[in-house]
Design a protein around this ligand. Structure first.
Ligand SMILES: [Zn+2]
Ligand SMILES: [Zn+2]
Length: 309
């Protein structure tokens, strides 16, 4: 029996569905006030008749479809010379063989490292009070919780990433992610298993801590957050900066040019989604930022020299 409906008697009264679409029509007939998305959500849990399996499979599919679905357009764009004028490191190309090597590694990571926490997530979600019921929370709640997760993940990412560039952490863990100096979409999750777990903590661990204290989170919100975070990560590795890219409209959004520079120069631009941590901690990457930093240091030294004269 699924807990997707708060009203348990409603679940008992619903006939078992023979197919997913049969479940959709059963749910829409019994609860006409639900939106289309809520109907599909409830029908999924009703059809599966096993919430642990339903959440596990849902998360697995959301991850695979979003990650590879978002990476595919970047692979196609790479093949079309017209888009070259917006490529950040236009002189560098990645062969299909290299991309295939990256993909093979990702499949291992997705099926072994990431699949276990995803498949076993439902019992933990239940314990923490993450809701799966319909109707969903208001869109305002969903939006501000996702914004909060973006800000907190960016903070966690910035400091963990800086640590990853320190001596042995870089040598034994983070170096793998830096294999590609000119990144491409699908390389976003190409990383050592320890780094994959650390990235997973930012994406799943932060909402877990949040719901532990607030007891207010819906699995639907969590799914939307995961989708948007995957979009951010794949796009940051795309290697393209278009005039219509988000950071041209939201100047504090990091985007591809921010992270591309990190891969190109190996230092600076450590944050994931926003530019503010690198700005305030003076760790902006690239030759321009380096030059500005040197100028500032020179000015400071001159001032100090004048004072001590
Ligand atoms: Zn790095
Ligand atoms: Zn990267």
């Amino acid at each position: 029996m699924s807990l997707v409906f708060e009203n348990a008697t409603l679940v008992d009264s619903l006939p078992k569905a023979t197919s997913f679409f049969d479940a959709v029509s059963t749910v829409s007939q019994s609860s006409s006030s639900l939106s289309l998305l809520e109907t599909y959500w409830a029908a999924w849990y009703h059809y599966m008749q096993n919430d642990v399996l339903a959440t596990g499979l849902l998360f697995f599919l959301v991850h695979e479809v979003t990650y590879f679905g978002r990476s595919l357009p970047w692979y196609i764009i790479e093949k079309i010379p017209y888009f070259n004028k917006w490529k950040l490191q236009a002189e560098k190309t990645v062969s299909d063989k290299e991309q295939w090597e990256c993909l093979k590694n990702l499949f291992i990571s997705h099926f072994l490292v990431e699949a276990i926490p995803l498949w076993s997530f439902h019992p933990l979600a239940q314990k923490l009070g993450i809701s799966i019921t319909v109707p969903f929370p208001s869109w305002k709640t969903t939006v501000w919780q996702i914004c909060l997760f973006f800000v907190l993940e960016d903070f966690q990412h910035y400091w963990t990433h800086r640590l990853m560039h320190y001596g042995p952490f870089y040598k034994y863990i983070h170096k793998q992610h830096h294999r590609y100096a000119a990144p491409f979409g699908v390389a976003a999750e190409y990383a050592h298993p320890i780094e994959t777990m650390s990235l997973g903590f930012g994406t799943l661990g932060i909402p877990i801590i949040y719901v532990y204290y607030t007891r207010n989170l819906h699995l639907y919100t969590l799914s939307c957050w995961i989708i948007l975070r995957l979009f951010q990560a794949v796009d940051a590795h795309s290697g393209y900066d278009f005039p219509w890219s988000l950071h041209h409209f939201l100047p504090f959004w990091s985007g591809a040019d921010h992270h591309d520079m990190h891969h190109q120069y190996f230092v600076g631009n450590y944050a994931s989604s926003f530019r503010w941590w690198d700005y305030f901690m003076d760790t902006e990457g690239g030759p321009e930022a380096k030059h500005a930093r040197e100028e500032r240091m020179k000015l400071k030294a001159e001032k100090l020299a004048k004072k001590t004269k």
